[in-house]
Design a protein around this ligand. Structure first.
Ligand SMILES: [Zn+2]
Length: 401
């Protein structure tokens, strides 16, 4: 335990590393020796009541086992108006930011509330333009960390979130991107491998080429240019293909698949900073209550698997911080058949929480004063020892010993 603690402190000391443009950086960046961070989007929209309320939670492992291991922020909110009010700035509540999945993910990764716009100006499209750096870019510009050790684990049905791995910021951007693991990426890899096979029959070649084109339709040119996954990720997909085959029917589905991808990534790629974007709670949009409560149970089980892995793995044990935080809450409408079907920017959809635990995070602590979702980014920067100059939310001091 002592050595882990020492590494952790060395990591903090290394936080003096310079972030910024390539030309302004020292020729060799320091090796990263700080803690690993696993950021879990408790996602698809989850209310406090079904998540952290001991009376009503469907995430019993989270409330009973994990909360005592760390610091729980029970009153985290997603609210630009209140955030500005704290600094004395007045803002019309109509100008508040949206509470939804892509937005919440970006508030976490950028540390800033924003009204995001589609990259190509498409109405209602969520292919958002990122103007300030993501956590991955800060991290990789400060330390010598290869892209495959910074990961986003995504649901294949949300391709609009595939490129939350880098921003357009002039001093950061695609050179510091993270890699994404999702079935979407696996299929792109699989089809390109199949098309390289000279023995592939012509009819099959046409079929696979069409599948590939259909997948690529959701990407713009900039994304296609950025989409070359490195050799470590290609090896990862070759391993996945060898394990599960080409059919795509035998692997898990939904959020359990995200857990499996994350576990396999930890074994083979050793990510230092990984964000897992759980999403299944949102199936309650179909109008079935149990889609939501089952999804919380599945996330809880996934998190248990991840924590067990970390607790028993030599590389991660004693040197890994978990941060579990929803993208947004859900509505609280007692008149509706399913009171939590939506997340329409209501009060309750702005009410979330965050649980951090691991080395350097005080144990068994609960904080009930209001804090903000955008504070998570600066906190992770502080924990890992890199600067986050474009974040707006201050560090969650109570999470740091
Ligand atoms: Zn939704």
């Amino acid at each position: 335990m002592k050595t882990h603690r020492r590494h952790f402190l060395q990591g903090l000391a290394a936080g003096t590393a310079v972030a910024g443009p390539l030309w302004a950086q020292p020729a060799t960046k320091p090796t990263y020796r700080g803690p690993n961070v696993i950021l879990i989007r408790f996602g698809g929209g989850a209310r406090r009541r079904e998540s952290i309320d001991p009376q009503h939670s469907y995430a019993r492992h989270l409330t009973q086992e994990l909360a005592p291991r760390g610091t729980l922020f029970g009153n985290m909110i997603v609210d630009l108006v209140e955030f500005k009010a704290r600094s004395g700035e007045k803002l019309d509540s109509k100008l508040n930011v949206d509470t939804s999945h892509a937005q919440g993910t970006l508030y976490l990764l950028l540390g800033k509330y924003e009204k995001f716009r589609d990259r190509d100006g498409k109405f209602l499209s969520e292919n958002f333009e990122l103007k300030v750096p993501t956590l991955f870019e800060y991290f990789r510009s400060a330390f010598d960390v290869p892209p495959e050790q910074t990961l986003i684990i995504n649901n294949e049905n949300r391709p609009q979130e595939e490129y939350f791995t880098f921003s357009n910021h002039i001093h950061f951007g695609v050179d510091y991107k993270a890699e994404t693991l999702s079935l979407f990426r696996f299929k792109l890899h699989l089809y390109s491998q199949q098309l390289k096979d000279p023995k592939l029959p012509e009819a099959e070649r046409r079929r696979v080429a069409k599948l590939m084109r259909d997948l690529e339709k959701s990407l713009n040119q900039e994304q296609k240019n950025a989409d070359r996954q490195g050799p470590a990720i290609r090896d990862f997909w070759n391993g996945w293909r060898a394990y599960y085959g080409d059919g795509g029917f035998v692997n898990e589905r939904g959020d359990q698949l995200l857990t499996d991808l994350s576990l396999r990534a930890m074994q083979h790629l050793r990510p230092r900073l990984m964000m897992i974007n759980y999403t299944d709670c949102d199936y309650v949009h179909w109008g079935v209550r149990s889609h939501y409560t089952d999804a919380i149970r599945i996330m809880d089980r996934g998190i248990r698997q991840l924590v067990q892995f970390v607790d028993h793995d030599e590389f991660y044990r004693g040197n890994t911080v978990f941060c579990i935080v929803p993208d947004c809450g859900r509505d609280n409408n007692p008149l509706a058949d399913v009171p939590f079907q939506h997340h329409f920017n209501s009060r309750s959809s702005r009410e979330i929480f965050a649980l951090l635990f691991g080395p350097g995070v005080p144990k068994g602590t609960r904080v009930d004063k209001p804090v903000h979702q955008i504070q998570v980014a600066a906190t992770i920067g502080q924990l890992m020892g890199f600067k986050t100059p474009h974040t707006e939310g201050p560090v969650l001091e109570a999470a740091l010993a």
